[in-house]
Design a binder for this molecule. Structure first.
Ligand SMILES: CC(C)(COP(=O)(O)OP(=O)(O)OC[C@H]1O[C@@H](n2cnc3c(N)ncnc32)[C@H](O)[C@@H]1OP(=O)(O)O)[C@@H](O)C(=O)NCCC(=O)NCCS
Length: 178
């Protein structure tokens, strides 16, 4: 079974597995922010209990080896500014990420995503690293382009984004293959 490192570093970020003690910070910094969660597949958190439930899931998927969510911490202050997750299935891996609003448009998501993408595509048994984003999520599409993924097309009615729509929405699919 392939397992990525628990700790990663970029020039500005430290990536590490999420812990239960992070709940209040994650809740306050982005999980409760309706603008941040607009294009995500989970409901905006109304209370810190929802964040704790989410963290329990993160801990369990690491144990099961099916998905690997890391919190993104600023190296200088250790504050949590977001999260990135890699999910493995057969020879494929897919990525998802989120960043607190105060840290948008400073290149943090591509910095973290590039590292995780490079690790994944370097694994002998991973041939495809991919991601989807809502057709209206232009910032996320730019992140995927900047890390070298190619837009392959549109997956129609692919994902529920419950904070904007009750029906499944069309998404762009991006991938890097070898
Ligand atoms: C998507 C997200 C992770 C981007 O992270 P980031 O670190 O701000 O990314 P960048 O700094 O590379 O900036 C985003 C890029 O999109 C562009 N952008 C930002 N908002 C945009 C908008 N509304 N329309 C078009 N482009 C936009 C920026 O100009 C930048 O492109 P550029 O470098 O070519 O100028 C961040 O906006 C976020 O967390 N959004 C909410 C959660 C989310 O949508 N996650 C992805 C789910 S698929």
């Amino acid at each position: 079974m392939i397992r990525p490192p628990e700790q990663f570093e970029t020039s500005r970020l430290r990536l590490r597995p999420v812990e239960m003690k992070d709940a209040a910070e994650i809740f306050e910094n982005y999980a409760s922010d309706r603008l941040v969660t607009r294009y995500l597949h989970w409901d905006t958190h109304d209370n810190v209990e929802m964040t704790k439930t989410f963290i329990r899931r993160c801990i369990n998927v690491w144990k099961a080896g099916t998905a690997f969510p890391w919190v993104l911490c600023l190296k200088d202050t250790e504050s949590i500014i977001g999260m990135i997750e890699l999910r493995l299935e057969e020879h494929r891996a897919d990525l998802g990420y989120v960043l607190a609003r105060d840290y948008w448009e400073q290149g943090y998501a591509p910095e973290a995503a590039q590292l995780v993408l490079d690790w994944a595509i370097a694994q002998p048994n991973i041939y495809r690293v991919w991601a989807v984003c809502d057709l209206d999520n232009h910032a996320s599409a730019r992140v995927l382009e900047k890390i070298g993924m190619q837009r392959e097309g549109i997956l129609r009615r692919w994902l529920f984004h419950p904070n904007i729509d009750r029906e499944p929405r069309d998404c762009y699919v991006y991938a890097l293959v070898k």
